[in-house]
Design a protein around this ligand. Structure first.
Ligand SMILES: NC(=O)c1ccc[n+]([C@@H]2O[C@H](COP(=O)([O-])OP(=O)(O)OC[C@H]3O[C@@H](n4cnc5c(N)ncnc54)[C@H](O)[C@@H]3O)[C@@H](O)[C@H]2O)c1
Length: 428
């Protein structure tokens, strides 16, 4: 069925690209998706969603007629003017953003005055200007460019995409920016239409600020442990101040995922490349790294040497409701435990397949209780709701030891203690 909405192309069908594609299809656009991963494209053509993200499979199913998947760019260029770019921008060894996937997309664009790139990938400030320069050098100066950063969270990505707090569009005030504004009109969200570098910085600064909030409350948690305060009470009392806000004041074993670590580091490096030393972000990164390792000293406090001890890890994904293992705290934790001579048995309801590729030497269990069999200690790494509802009395019977370290403060301490186990959270 022909749609009145602007058809679009989405290049890169990962977490952001696929959610963008099904989200705009839901609003009535024909969407032409392109990915270099032929296996992913074949699965998507069959209606299979290669990632775990609530609601995406159903949304894909509802909009199958409007969604087209290919490894070729030609159909996308033929049927749409706006080429949304959602390829990965992982960190390089130096901590700068690796823009090679973005560059390969840019290089493959033809000379055209009908098309525009709409950058959803998170890119350093200045990337849009550099791409426009590149286009001009190649005689493609009429190819449009719009920065349209994405703020969705994995685990609630589709919901966030469809109900954004704000839409940010950075452009030169031309047809392409206008067309992207029209696409977002039904979202009824505040629009920040600005220049391209400012749009790029809004994305980087937002992630850096949220990471700073996490590292801040983690440091407060660590001081609470030394002083007898309960960080959950402290966070509640702070968060009620509307200048502070309650979000991202949840202490734990550090942030991970595909965005915060790389985006904070990319902003720090970007500043450094201009000669500015971003001291605050240096501390945010260091606090986060130390926070992941603090759990080891908590374990040692109870168990002494970890040599030969059996430790169960409950949850491996970087947060609940996703199978994303990128920069997950579980990776650092399991590596440290194995290096200290412990045996690690892990369970995650959805991330096991990905985790197996990344965690050599770790045993995988088929359920949380199975992971706890004969364990000397248990660490809750990801706040999956099923751990809250676990039968902790059965868990206590299966465990050889008593220590439960709640790395996300997600379980009621009284439930754990009532089961005869020893509870230790973060900052309380
Ligand atoms: N994941 C998030 O929560 C999130 C949120 C906001 C912004 N972002 C940003 O969005 C971008 C994409 O992130 P993601 O998590 O979706 O990444 P991803 O790794 O899940 O997906 C990237 C996709 O791009 C494809 N790809 C790579 N090179 C390509 C090319 N030349 N042509 C076509 N396809 C290509 C890959 O095969 C993959 O399917 C990143 O810049 C990220 O920082 C991510």
């Amino acid at each position: 069925m022909a749609s009145e909405r602007e058809p679009i192309a989405v290049i890169g069908t990962g977490y952001v690209g696929l959610v963008t594609a099904v989200g705009f299809a839901e609003l009535g656009s024909e969407v032409w998706c392109v990915d270099i991963d032929a296996d992913k494209i074949e699965r998507l053509k069959r209606g299979e969603v290669p990632i775990y993200e609530p609601g995406v499979e159903e949304c894909l199913e509802r909009n199958r007629e409007r969604l087209h998947f290919s490894t070729e760019r030609a159909p996308a260029l033929e049927h749409s003017r706006l080429m949304f770019v959602a390829v990965g921008t992982p960190p390089t060894y130096s901590g700068d953003a690796d823009l090679s996937a973005v560059e390969s997309v840019v290089a493959g664009m033809p000379a055209s005055d009908r098309h525009a790139l709409v950058m959803k990938s998170t890119v350093p400030v200045g990337t849009g200007a550099a791409i426009k320069r590149r286009f001009a050098e190649q005689g493609k100066e009429h190819f449009g460019y719009v920065s349209c950063p994405e703020f969705l969270k994995e685990g609630s990505a589709l919901q966030d995409f469809l109900k954004p707090d704000r839409v940010v569009i950075g452009d030169d005030g031309d047809w392409a920016g206008d067309a992207v504004v029209r696409l977002y009109e039904p979202f009824d969200a505040p629009l920040v239409r600005t220049d391209t570098p400012s749009a790029e910085m809004i994305k980087m600064a937002s992630n850096a600020f949220l990471a700073t909030k996490i590292s801040f409350i983690n440091e407060i948690a660590n001081v609470c442990e030394e002083t007898g305060a309960d960080v959950l009470e402290v966070a509640r009392g702070m968060g009620l101040d509307h200048r502070i806000g309650e979000h991202f004041l949840k202490p734990g074993i550090g942030y991970g995922g595909s965005c915060f670590p790389k985006d904070v580091s990319a902003l720090k490096q970007l500043a450094g490349n201009t000669g500015y030393h971003f001291q605050l972000l240096t501390a945010v990164i260091e606090v986060n790294e130390l926070q992941k390792r603090r759990v080891i000293s908590k374990l040692q406090k109870h168990l002494g040497s970890l040599v030969g001890k059996r430790v169960a890890l409950l949850g491996l994904a970087f947060k609940a409701n996703t199978d994303d293992m990128r920069e997950a705290s579980s990776l650092v934790l399991s590596a440290r435990l194995l290096a200290d001579g412990a045996t690690v048995r892990a369970y995650d309801p959805v991330a096991e397949e990905e985790a197996r590729k990344l965690m050599s030497g770790v045993e995988f269990a088929s359920s949380a209780l199975d992971a706890l069999d004969e364990a000397d200690a248990c660490i809750i790494v990801t706040e999956w709701p099923e751990f809250r509802e676990l039968d902790w009395r059965s868990a206590a019977q299966r465990m050889a030891g008593k220590v439960v370290i709640d790395g996300r403060n997600c379980i009621d301490p009284d439930t754990i203690r009532a089961a005869g186990l020893t509870y230790e959270g973060i900052g309380r």
